[in-house]
Design a protein around this ligand. Structure first.
Ligand code: PLP
Length: 384
């Protein structure tokens, strides 16, 4: 089985027949395997908190919860989805640069660990709380080891967290709070990173930063949250993340920081949810225009906006057809020239042919603009 496509051609054809197209399909087995493979590779002192934003489908959340996952939420809607799982306290986190009071109140009521992104989160929580509340402080570091990554945004100005150079002043101010206690750090400094050495270098730098803050301010750290950012392949030539090396590297980092006796948190979204998804759409028409051959599909950036945002195409295949000798620009049905899913080589296509886009389980449906142009919302189908 091609690891970029969680479902084979026969499954894709059958799903397209049964549920119609365009549609998002997912392999529950692949999602579970992905979770188990990462969990097995990690030291026991690493908590795995699935980033719900990647794919908040209740079936996926239930499956991950059953495998022992914790959850990283970033809105009141995500908190509600996780609340429905009925988890014990301690398994849910709440991040986000613009948390409203109602969201903080919900997080408090659920016993969720808040990643405070600045003074306002701390002060609002303090005003809402009636007893002691432990939070993590999100820090925007002065280092950037995932250079040029637009999602992380470099060392420049950021809407996320407290700038590293402002942490001392914030800790001093926070010491006067009645209920809120900073008991952890959160730093998210990588995105779609498949190189274990790079990820470990970033995480090592975060632990060094934590050690400096711990040393300088006597900050008792129960948790250090390393964020998400574990990468997956989107093309055959891209190697997957070496999980054994990554897990061993985290063990080594823990051993190198004996002062830290708490828990590391990882919040992968893409890594856990991406590989299980296959988006199915048929060709509506083929058009030649001034030397370019367009395959115009039933769905485009209304369903898969990622290629537009990141210039990174999803892998695609023509279901039931071999070969890759014709160059196509894949366009969607929207009335904008931005509606492109990639320049690809595929076999000769005809209207009605079924295309499958692999690794679309994360930041696919959840990130799409399904209401734009009022096309019907595509179904999401889980294969057990
Ligand atoms: C706070 C936080 N944690 C985790 C993630 C998940 O990142 P990824 O899907 O790259 O693992 C994100 C993504 O934006 C995030 O903002």
């Amino acid at each position: 089985m091609n690891p970029l496509f969680a479902l084979d051609d026969a499954q894709c054809l059958a799903l397209a027949e049964t549920h119609g197209t365009p549609c998002f399909t997912y392999s529950a087995a692949v999602a579970a395997e992905q979770f188990k493979a990462l969990r097995t590779a990690l030291p026991s002192r690493v908590r795995l908190a699935y980033a719900v934003k990647a794919n908040p489908h209740p079936s996926l959340l239930r499956r991950f919860a059953g495998l022992g996952a914790s959850f990283d939420c970033a809105s009141i809607g995500e908190l509600a989805r996780v609340e429905a799982l009925g988890l014990p306290p301690g398994r849910t986190f709440f991040a986000g640069p613009g948390k409203r009071e109602a969201e903080l109140a919900k997080a408090l009521a659920m016993g969720v660990r808040v990643q405070a992104e600045g003074w306002e989160d701390l002060a609002r929580l303090d005003a809402l709380a009636t007893g002691e509340v432990a939070v993590n402080l999100r820090v925007h570091p002065a280092f950037d080891l995932d250079e040029g990554n637009r999602i992380i945004g470099g060392t420049g100005p950021s809407a996320f967290g407290v700038d590293e150079e402002d942490v001392a002043a914030l800790l001093a101010r926070a010491s006067a709070l009645r209920h809120v206690r900073i008991r952890g750090l959160h730093v998210f400094a990588a995105s779609n990173q498949r190189d274990a050495a790079k990820l470990l270098a970033i995480h090592g730098a975060v632990l060094d930063l934590a050690q400096r803050l711990h040393g300088a301010h006597g900050l008792p750290l129960e948790q250090i949250d390393l964020g998400g950012g574990l990468g997956i392949p989107y093309a055959p030539e891209e190697a997957p993340l070496d999980l054994a090396r990554f897990g061993q590297g985290l063990s080594d980092l823990l051993a190198a920081h004996p002062w830290f006796v708490g828990e590391l948190i990882l919040e992968p979204g893409r890594f856990l949810a991406g590989p299980c998804g296959v988006y199915l759409a048929r060709v509506v028409r083929i058009k030649e225009s001034r030397g370019v051959r367009f395959a115009i599909l039933e769905g485009g950036i209304n369903h898969l906006i990622r290629p537009l945002l990141t210039d990174q195409a999803f892998p695609v295949k023509a279901v039931g057809k071999g070969g890759s000798d014709v160059a196509y620009t894949l366009a969607g049905p929207l009335c904008t020239s931005l509606d492109r899913l990639g320049d690809v080589h595929l076999p000769e296509l005809a209207p009605g042919d079924l295309l499958a886009f692999g690794s679309t389980g994360a930041y696919g449906f959840s990130e799409g603009m399904t209401h734009f142009l009022s096309h019907p919302v595509p179904p999401e189908v889980w294969v057990d």
